[in-house]
Design a binder for this molecule. Sequence first.
Ligand SMILES: [Zn+2]
Length: 434
Amino acid sequence: MMKKRMMKAAVVLTVAGSLISSGVQPAVANSGVNAQISDLKGKQQEVETKVSEKQSEITKLDGELKEIQGKIDSIRSKEAETEKKLAEAEEQLKKLEDEILELQEEIKILEERIEERKALIEQRAVESYQSGGDASYLEVLLGSQNFGDFVSKATTMTTIAEHDRDMLDEHIADEQKLQEMKAAVEEKKAAVEAQKQELEALKQELVSKREEMDKLRGDLDQKKQQLENELGEIISEEEILKNQEAALQAELNKQEEAASNGGSGQSSANRSNGKSKSSSNAVSSSSSSSSGGNSGGSSAPAASSAGFIHPAPGVGVYSGFGMRNGRPHNGVDFSSRGHIPIIASQSGTVSNSGYRHDYGNWITITHNVNGKQMTTLYAHLKERYVAAGESVSQGQTIGLMGSTGDSTGQHLHFEIHEGPFRFGASAVNPMKYL
Ligand SMILES: [Zn+2]
């Protein structure tokens, strides 16, 4: 049921794991705990170094992102400029096209006038022939190949009025001028079209450059997101370690207090010392957590020789400790339906009580067993009744069995660690202690 994705975290935290030996003699109990605290402090130092490394990577990425954004902004303003020039060219082209149309219209009118004038001259030539004139002129005139030819021939005809000839010349000269103007406008239009094509190519270039930059920025954003996630994980690891350090210190203080009160100075001190520092940290339900000793009705189970009790009395093992589907399963799963109170397996101080994506609602309790730090972990809880920093006694109800986090059905995932909880690194088979 539990799938762990904590291998990376485990690697980070494994380094100093082996420093804590499991065979500390009671005689050097406190020095053992002190060594554990200094080990945790060293661990924290490592974590803090990692945090500042990640943070400086993020700062560097932020610089790169800013630089790319600057480039993107500059490309965008070039794009806008090109867009504006394109619109101008478009407008200019439209004007030139209108101009060409107008010129074409004028040319057409002139051509019509020339046609009319020509018809008039032809008619006069016919009339002149009919009134006894020379037929050869008419033949010559009708046989002309083009306007120029026609005009030059017509001018030789005495029968044509002087002003008709002049007008024809004028019309032809005007038409020529218009044709020249039209050619000039067309040339200009071609130049603007070429310019427009250049602008379009430039725009395309800018767009693809910007798309490239956008992609680069997307990659960097993603990288940054990843770094921030990693940072978040490291920071939460740091918090977990700090919490355990504080809990261990609290356990140590309890032990010293008990010793100075004439007690044995060992773990039994925890039981007599029932003061629950009711923490202001929010816990998920109302159930009283101040008094320990039972698990909601059934009689308190007897502690094993190692001093631990079943965290969900009477509930059977669903999945054991060890490799499972090619991955280490760092605890034991106890599964049952219904309202199942979860109890503290051993007296101690709550070091972590919160929610994680993998463990769901989880609690760790730091224990000081004969001068040796031990940690129990309770995961996938439906509810948590204790907060970090609280002192709990063995058998005290700390939560309810549930299926929160990475879980597919109601069960308790229970871990025991020799030393502090350092993800998979320090987990041992809980059945060895139950
Ligand atoms: Zn499990």
